[in-house]
Write a new protein. Structure first.
Length: 233
């Protein structure tokens, strides 16, 4: 099972467990070209091939985290970007590849689920504006001018708040990590692999397992090992 701990508890008829609230704001963009950056050392292709950090210095992140607890408009918007087409361009058609198109995914941090819950659509607009402004501070040209448009002339941009993730994917309070990373648990309470449930044939392979979590891949590995161990016996 790869669902959140709360969803799993509901499915198994057990007591629902408390979970950390989500605070990731996702922006998906289709670009006609990579934007020019302010760096005189790196090309746009070099800059966007790895993880592009936006205002993610330690002090900036501390400030953003503190400010975002109570307001949708922290003075510092932080996050990171990934250009997946620079690693695998098969996610786009041959026609778009020939035209130089790219996808760009941005993960904005810190704005909690509760602020989106009050007015999701309006808060999403404010968040998008803040994050795009933060991205543009690193560029020589506005990112908006590099985003493709659809047949109606609208920018090819998609936003997902923690509320959207809960409604569309069943992620409790929009937490894509299901909870904090976990490491040390005694076998009596978490089982040999940390993926066991009270049912012998149901194992947790998602981030809510008792060891690992987030995007570590550890729960999936441990669930597979638990299944192999069960059948080998």
């Amino acid at each position: 099972m790869g669902v959140t701990p709360s969803v799993l508890a509901e499915l198994l008829g057990t007591t629902e467990v408390p979970e950390d609230t989500g605070s990731i704001f996702k922006i998906n963009m289709l670009l006609t070209k990579l934007p020019k950056i302010k760096s005189l050392v790196y090309s746009p292709k070099q800059a966007f091939t790895g993880t592009f950090h936006v205002n993610e210095g330690y002090q900036q992140m501390k400030k953003s985290y503190k400010e975002a607890r109570n307001s949708i408009s922290p003075r510092t918007f932080v996050g990171e970007m990934y250009c997946h087409t620079l690693t695998d361009n098969t996610i786009l058609s041959q026609d778009l590849n020939k035209k130089g198109y790219h996808t760009l995914t941005f993960f904005g941090l810190d704005i909690p689920y509760v602020l989106f819950k009050e007015n999701n659509e309006q808060t999403k607009k404010i968040a998008l504006e803040g994050y795009l402004k933060a991205i543009n501070s690193y560029l020589l040209e506005p990112i908006e001018g590099c985003i493709a448009t659809d047949k109606n002339g609208e920018l090819c941009i998609e936003t997902k708040s923690p509320v959207d993730l809960e409604n569309e994917l069943g992620m409790t309070e929009g937490n894509i990590f299901h909870g904090n990373l976990s490491w040390f648990f005694d076998e009596k309470n978490s089982g040999s692999w940390g993926v066991e449930t009270k049912y012998e044939n149901i194992f947790i392979c998602g981030a809510g397992a008792k060891r690992g979590g987030a995007v570590s891949g550890i729960p999936g590995h441990n669930a597979a090992m638990a299944v192999l161990e069960k059948f080998n016996h």
